[in-house]
Design a binder for this molecule. Structure first.
Ligand SMILES: Cc1cc2nc3c(=O)[nH]c(=O)nc-3n(C[C@H](O)[C@H](O)[C@H](O)COP(=O)(O)OP(=O)(O)OC[C@H]3O[C@@H](n4cnc5c(N)ncnc54)[C@H](O)[C@@H]3O)c2cc1C
Length: 366
């Protein structure tokens, strides 16, 4: 079987790797001219790492990142509302890790034989013709395969080409992300909520920190009121020049009607675009890669394999998106009474219940 993968982000690289490990001739086409050197950080969770382990990619990714010591939710003033220790996290699958996106992508690409990814190849259309799939590129070239995997992100061109575009939904918010050189002591992956602003802090290897802020209004950098928050937020704000921020307007999308049509199948953000507030997008993409490779391995019925992939994955991916949507909504509260209610609810959350929820999120289905 021959598979053409469109997009060499985390989903495309993982699916190419998983398919090749399953004995399938998979190759990848990427719009960018080369591997990205810039970018920002992200968090990966035990479910994503466990999926990578199943196709022997977990160790290189762990080595590219840094494990947090548990997780914590704080108020702007620094009061800890909720804390899970490293041991708590290990009991439900492991600690989350912070990783630079460019280093994650380089680690995955480094596991593929040279020449597996063709850079500078922008896909402009995909179609199924006579039981074969075809992808067409801006330079006029095309490729045929038994299956085309669309891993070209939330705004997927391939998805639109097969009539499965996913509409926007709801209003938007702004996320400012940056990686800065700062030696913070080991500690939990941190989420702080104050009014309608949230901040996350994750250490990266080599005395670097990935941090993000999210809020309702656009702007070149996060609001100055973060200067009054608990440390290390003011320190991070001061250490980040405006041009260092990656500023993203985020907006939710609805669900795709289907994840496949003909011989074209969607993975990663192309299949289940969502809000980033749970930090699960990449981990869910790695789960997609694992399941799709499993279903296509030695199948004689491609349509049934693609159906089975979607059946297995849709519920979990959409549940993660629903949790992100709920967290985003609660994080946007700004009335002081609502914020006090939020703090009381987070502080009152039973530890055992939270551990059960995380165990369900992190445990891969059989
Ligand atoms: C503000 C923000 C914060 C986030 N934080 C986290 C986090 O902490 N943890 C986490 O897991 N996730 C996070 N996410 C989500 C995460 O970035 C995505 O879930 C993840 O990148 C999805 O990977 P992907 O490969 O499906 O898509 P993408 O990362 O979008 O990659 C798509 C790839 O396809 C290429 N491409 C696009 N169009 C074409 C084309 N026409 N032809 C060829 N190639 C093409 C692109 O260049 C790119 O390389 C965050 C997202 C946002 C917006």
């Amino acid at each position: 079987m021959r598979v053409a993968v469109i997009g060499a982000g985390p989903a495309g690289l993982a699916v190419t790797l998983a398919l090749r490990r399953a004995g399938i001739d998979a190759r990848c086409w990427e719009r960018a001219r080369e591997l990205p050197a810039e970018g920002t950080g992200l968090t990966l969770w035990p479910n994503g790492l466990a999926a990578l382990d199943r196709f022997h990619a977990g160790d290189v990714v762990r080595a590219a990142g840094l494990a947090a010591e548990g997780i914590a939710i704080r108020t702007a003033g620094g009061r800890t509302l909720h804390r899970l220790s490293s041991d708590d996290m290990e009991s439900v699958g492991g600690n989350g890790i912070g990783v630079h996106r460019a280093e994650l992508v380089a680690a995955l690409a480094g596991l593929l034989p040279r020449g597996t990814v063709r850079y500078g190849a922008e896909c402009v259309g995909v179609e199924t013709v006579g039981g074969r799939a075809r992808a067409v590129f801006r330079d006029g070239t095309s490729t045929e395969a038994d299956v085309v995997v669309a891993a070209d992100g939330a705004g997927s061109t391939a998805r639109a080409a097969i009539g499965l575009d996913v509409p926007w939904r709801g209003g938007g918010s702004t996320v400012w992300r940056a990686v800065v050189e700062l030696g913070l002591p080991p500690g939990p992956g941190l989420l702080t909520m104050g009014g309608d602003l949230s901040v996350g802090v994750w250490r990266l290897p080599g005395d670097r920190v990935y941090w993000f802020a999210s809020g309702p209004r656009p702007g070149p950098r996060p609001p100055d009121r973060l200067r009054d928050w608990h440390e290390p937020v003011p320190e991070l704000l001061a250490a980040t020049p405006t041009e260092r921020f990656v500023v993203t307007g985020v907006r939710d999308r609805g669900r795709a009607r289907s994840w496949h049509r003909g011989r074209v199948v969607l993975v990663g953000d192309a299949a289940h675009p969502g809000l980033p507030h749970m930090g699960q997008g990449t981990s869910q993409a790695f789960e997609d890669a694992l399941v799709l490779a499993d279903r296509l391995r030695s199948t004689v019925d491609v349509a049934a394999a693609l159906r089975s992939y979607e059946e297995s994955r849709r519920k979990r991916a959409e549940a993660a998106n629903a949790q992100a949507r709920a967290l985003a909504a609660v994080g946007a509260w700004h009335h002081p009474l609502a914020c006090r209610l939020r703090e009381t609810a987070v502080a009152a959350m039973p530890r055992a219940l939270r551990l059960r929820q995380l165990a369900a999120l992190f445990r891969l289905p059989r």
